[in-house]
Write a protein that binds this ligand. Sequence first.
Ligand SMILES: N[C@@H](CCC(=O)N[C@@H](CS)C(=O)NCC(=O)O)C(=O)O
Length: 208
Amino acid sequence: MSEYRLYCVGESGNCYKVALMLSLCGSQWEPVFVDYFQGATRAEPYRDTVNELGEVPVLEVDGKRLTQSGVILTWLAERTGKFGGRTEEERLEILRWILFDNHKFTSYYATLRWMVGLMGNREPAVVEFLRARALGAFAIVDKHLATNRFILGDRPTIADLSLVGYHYYDEETTIDRKAFPHLMSWVQRIADLPGWHHPYELMPRGSG
Ligand SMILES: N[C@@H](CCC(=O)N[C@@H](CS)C(=O)NCC(=O)O)C(=O)O
């Protein structure tokens, strides 16, 4: 029996952040498919029994459930001793980047991909709004990675696993990421880590 069960759907980069961590750590885990595209996360039973926030990912372990990818990654780093900060300063630096990721780096880009690439919605004003904000966040990370191999310097941490969550999908987003060469090299460096797998290899897809 698996040590961990991850409530997830393959198209979710937020779920992938956790799936990737489990995979890189060589953990025993299994995906629990959540039918996100049919509204499962919005239905009362899911909110009442799995996650009151109405979201994936949810990690089930030792009879408890953890939610929010940043919380789950932090907990897993402490439990496994892998990909975490070694000092208080490093732990705070990781938290700083995870908060930036959740607020600005993942959120606008993931919403843009969701709208354009998965729902086929190209409402110009909304696309332009999301695009401008995603591009702004990409420029910040690209600049940081111009002089750092990983977010904290020489070694990968959960800050990288959080930020990279949406960067192996190839659905249309209107953004050409080749304009961010340092970011693209970093995406490849993470893909070269032992235990790396593409999101659709790790989690069942919901959109067919
Ligand atoms: N900050 C959260 C975001 C999680 C999130 O937005 N999950 C999406 C899927 S990628 C979701 O479950 N949305 C539910 C809904 O919109 O009904 C995390 O990192 O875990």
